[in-house]
Design a protein around this ligand. Structure first.
Ligand SMILES: [Zn+2]
Length: 552
């Protein structure tokens, strides 16, 4: 797309009516406040969710149109471009397709001869190499595979796992026991996420990292592990991702039982060992081998970044973030081929534009404020990961940020659900402005699912930047909690990541408007102050923030 001004032509003008319906729907009973934050929000929302943007997949025509649309609006709103004259930040992505994966084979008495791909184990390599092999690699059990100084936990103590195959449980000891004194009890920590476990195994030098799949602890069944596309997306790396373990993967509970049995153990005996702080990792009987052939394709995608320069402290930054990408087109489908990703996450991009517009209507904030539309969230949060490594201003000059991913379209809510609740000093600020709206803040309903670690804010949080991810929950002003919960459940089972996540004129966008007002107030206060909110002590990202702030 050469000329961004052509964009409007593709976009249906129908949403003027939509907007009218949404903004002025009847609302006799509620003490509603700030539900008309931005009159253009509904238009932005339906524009970004429209068929013309083809489901917004990275490196497609859909990307070009989406990026051009955001860019054009940033320009119209008078935001400064990220780099000299361009709002685009190039993000190098690599697509790794494991075209041939051998069985996982073993040498050693009592071990199964092999475990079958997808049926008994799942394996892949994120190394950018056409062929990856692990041969006769010693098996080592490393408990939960966690090194967490703030919880006094180290599953790799007194052992060298270089070149070895580590086997470990998913989630963390707090989840397994429900003990609030172990990690954070049932609520998942980052240490419980499988992504963390692979990172730690790589830091320890393991050749292969295998996680034991358990439906409860993983929060999804084996069908999700084995049934979703095996194609991996990663940031393209000049060193070919050789810093990662050669092979990453999962084994089924049944397979793990067989591996443990060969060493005279059971799943239960291994779990009870792993739940102890004094756990000592140990070698298992036998050695493992596997061979993977990859097809590698490099892709260019872009984050879109605009900002307002601070009037007093331009070198300090408050940021808003939302991912623009979704799953694109699927030509194998019979009828609807477009994954519009309306709730996920056209609404977030609409929110980003609405916030930029609001900031531009007032005097310049004292600190700089950035609006970051990131790519490839659906491919593993790659755009935000790239931004964190290549930020507009250094991360220790980044005060805090707010991420939007799936806006509330079910009307005004009394509750504001804070994902990863109880984490940082951003929460009292949010609480103050929520109260001013007649609302209250509280935890997400299922902290054991670890949603805090599953969207873009996390990529900055892990480097210590305090990041807020919160939105209107289920306590509907008009219809009550049961109704709100039913809407959420309906979305999760019938719309989430499906082609029917489409913009609906029936949505009540006053809920999003209410949340945008909150996001604006929190960001505005931070941008016009000297405060440096931090994580609460004992939280997993505090050490990273303290270390980063200590640097000049
Ligand atoms: Zn999303």
């Amino acid at each position: 797309m050469k000329n961004p001004s052509d964009i409007r032509r593709w976009l249906s003008p129908a949403s003027a009516l939509v907007l009218a319906l949404c903004t002025f729907a009847t609302s006799a009973q509620q003490p509603l406040k700030q539900t008309e934050f931005n009159a253009n929000f509904g238009q932005y929302f339906s524009d970004v969710a429209s068929d013309e943007l083809q489901g917004r997949a990275p490196a497609t025509v859909g990307e070009e149109r989406t990026v051009a649309y955001i860019e054009q609006n940033f320009k119209r709103l008078g935001l400064l471009p990220f780099a000299n004259t361009s709002y685009r930040q190039a993000v190098p992505v690599v697509q790794i397709d494991p075209v041939a994966v051998s069985a996982l084979t073993f040498s050693g008495d009592k071990l199964p001869k092999s475990l079958g791909y997808k049926t008994e184990m799942m394996a892949w390599s994120t190394r950018m190499l056409p062929q990856v092999e692990v041969k006769d690699s010693e098996l080592v059990f490393v408990g939960y595979g966690i090194v967490a100084p703030e919880y006094g936990w180290n599953d790799y103590k007194n052992i060298d796992v270089k070149g070895k195959t580590v086997v470990m449980f998913v989630n963390d000891p707090g989840f397994a026991t429900g003990d609030e004194k172990l990690f954070t009890g049932k609520a998942m920590t980052y240490y419980g996420r499988w992504t963390y476990k692979f990172e730690e195994a790589a830091r320890q030098g393991a050749a292969m990292a295998l996680i034991v799949h358990e439906t409860d602890a993983a929060a999804y069944g084996w069908n999700v592990v084995a049934g979703t596309s095996p194609i991996r997306f990663e940031l393209s790396d000049p060193n070919k991702n050789l810093h990662k373990a050669a092979v990453e993967g999962w084994v089924t509970t049944e397979s793990a039982n067989q591996i443990f049995a060969a060493s005279g153990q059971t799943l239960q005996s291994m779990r009870s060992k792993a739940l102890s702080k004094d756990f000592q990792p140990f070698s298992l009987a036998g050695k493992a081998s596997i061979n993977i052939k990859n097809q590698i394709r490099e892709i260019d995608s872009s984050n879109v970044i605009g900002y307002i320069k601070g009037s007093k402290n331009p070198d300090e930054l408050v940021l808003y973030m939302a991912h623009w990408d979704h799953f694109g087109l699927d030509f194998s489908r019979k009828n609807d081929k477009i994954f519009n990703g309306a709730q996920d996450n056209a609404g977030g991009i609409a929110g980003l534009l609405a916030l930029a517009e609001k900031f531009q209507q007032g005097p310049a904030p004292e600190r700089s404020v950035a609006f970051i539309a990131v790519t490839a969230e659906e491919r593993g949060m790659l755009g935000s990961r790239w931004y964190a490594a290549n930020p507009l201003l250094p991360l220790n000059k980044t005060v805090a940020g707010i991420n939007m991913d799936v806006m509330n379209v079910y009307g005004p809510m009394r509750d504001v659900q804070v994902f990863g609740y109880g984490a940082s000093e951003l929460e009292p600020i949010l609480d103050k402005f929520a109260k001013a709206q007649g609302r209250y803040i509280g935890p997400e309903p299922t902290p054991e699912d670890g949603f805090y670690y599953r969207s873009d804010h996390f990529q900055l949080a892990r480097y210590g930047v305090p990041m807020l991810y919160a939105r209107g929950g289920v306590d509907s002003f008009a219809h009550g909690k049961e109704w709100g919960l039913a809407q959420r459940r309906d979305y999760t089972s019938n719309f989430y990541h499906k082609v029917n996540d489409e913009f609906s004129p029936a949505w009540d966008l006053r809920g999003s408007q209410q949340d945008l007002w909150l996001y604006y107030q929190v960001g505005h206060e931070l941008a016009n102050s000297k405060v440096w909110p931090n994580w609460y002590s004992g939280k997993e990202f505090k050490a990273a923030r303290d270390a980063s702030l200590a640097k000049p």
